[in-house]
Design a protein around this ligand. Structure first.
Ligand SMILES: [Zn+2]
Length: 105
């Protein structure tokens, strides 16, 4: 990445977003083979997001555990469940047990 100490111009934010997408893709690719490495990618993506004040999209947020950074693979590292009563999608991290609920309409 190019280092600049000035304020962050828009194009830099765009690059950061691409970078985050890339890191999450990488995490997905290694998630089944190397859970630890996948976590490192997620951590890195979150660091970039924080640095550039970029919010993860709803879809991206569903892909990893905000507690332990585990990349979610359905049935392997996480369980997705739809709860019609609360109208929410529940994602349970199988590593740390954290449950996150996302409301849907
Ligand atoms: Zn977790």
């Amino acid at each position: 990445m190019m280092a600049s100490r000035r304020r962050k111009p828009k194009w830099q934010l765009e690059i950061a977003k691409l970078h985050i997408n890339e890191l999450l893709d990488l995490a997905e690719n290694v998630a089944l083979k190397d859970e630890y490495l996948a976590r490192r990618y997620v951590e890195h993506a979150r660091r970039v997001a924080k640095k550039f004040n970029i919010r993860f999209t709803r879809e991206q947020k569903l892909k990893f555990c905000r507690k332990c950074n585990t990349y979610f693979v359905s049935g392997k590292t996480a369980i997705y469940r739809v709860n019609p009563l609360t109208k929410s999608l529940e994602v349970r991290c199988l590593r740390c047990g954290y449950v996150r609920r996302y409301r849907y309409k």
